[in-house]
Write a protein that binds this ligand. Structure first.
Ligand SMILES: [Fe+2]
Length: 252
């Protein structure tokens, strides 16, 4: 199958993980399979990540080539073309609402699994602690985005529409709240990375019951959603908002 990016033809010594996904969102699924964080740690150089994880370039390429890319490419393109305010709203409607629904559900299942299995599998307590931390982190983070950053982005979109210079806000440049949000993303990604590591990439023990299996599936889904959510913000919404602010300040 022909791919939009031919990894053979690019210089892997310099390319960052996030740049692969920006160019072709299809690659995200392959990176997820190897637990490669393309959003919170998207600035890592691909070559270094492959080396650290002991994954060869050819193994990664095989994975990319086995995936059907047509729909995800179209999806990626559509995000790139969305108005910033619409992209922020999409993130709220899709990812924030998923996180708000998933947290109580996964917490309840994890509590059951800890009660039943932590005697034999003590690492489940650490996983539970990390999930409580990432949940608290994300709830506070989404509130900051919905109350502060996303309204600022909406304001910039309106300034563009009405051809106005943005008025000063109490936050200074939009780069300031964005920097904070990116730090939050790193923290959330680290907690999910810890859970993945402690669970040995979500390996199930022989005595895992149905709830145990379900909870690990839910945690993997949660991580996958987080990666995509953070990718849309760190790699599309935030850089475009910074560019828009700079353009408006220069122009008016
Ligand atoms: Fe975010």
């Amino acid at each position: 199958m022909q791919t939009a990016i031919d990894l053979n033809s690019i210089d892997l010594s310099n390319i960052k993980v996030k740049d692969l996904v920006i160019a072709d969102f299809h690659i995200a699924a392959a990176l997820e399979k190897f637990g490669i964080d393309y959003c919170c740690k998207g600035n890592q150089v691909l070559k270094d990540v492959l080396h650290a994880k002991n994954i060869s370039k050819s193994v990664l390429m095989d994975e990319i080539n086995t995936l059907n890319r047509s729909s995800s490419n179209a999806e990626s393109q559509s995000y790139e073309n969305l108005e910033l305010n619409d992209l922020a709203q999409h993130i709220i409607d899709t990812h924030h609402s998923y996180v708000k629904k998933a947290i109580p559900q996964i917490s309840e299942h994890l509590a059951k699994v800890v009660a039943k299995h932590s005697g034999k599998h003590a690492y489940l307590v650490t996983i539970n602690d990390a999930f409580v931390s990432v949940s608290n982190e994300l709830i506070s983070h989404m509130m900051k985005e919905e109350r502060i950053l996303f309204p600022l982005i909406k304001y910039l979109s309106e300034c563009k529409k009405f051809e106005e210079k943005p008025k000063a806000t109490g936050y200074g440049s939009i780069k300031n709240p964005i920097r904070q949000m990116e730090a939050d993303h790193i923290a959330a990604g680290d907690y999910m990375g810890k859970i993945r590591k402690i669970s040995s990439n979500y390996s199930l023990p022989d005595d895992a019951c149905t709830t145990f299996k379900l909870t690990f599936s839910e945690l993997q889904e949660f991580e996958k959603d987080l990666f995509k959510h953070v990718h849309l913000e760190n790699n599309i919404l935030f850089p475009k908002s910074i560019v828009l602010e700079e353009e408006l300040n220069k122009k008016y």
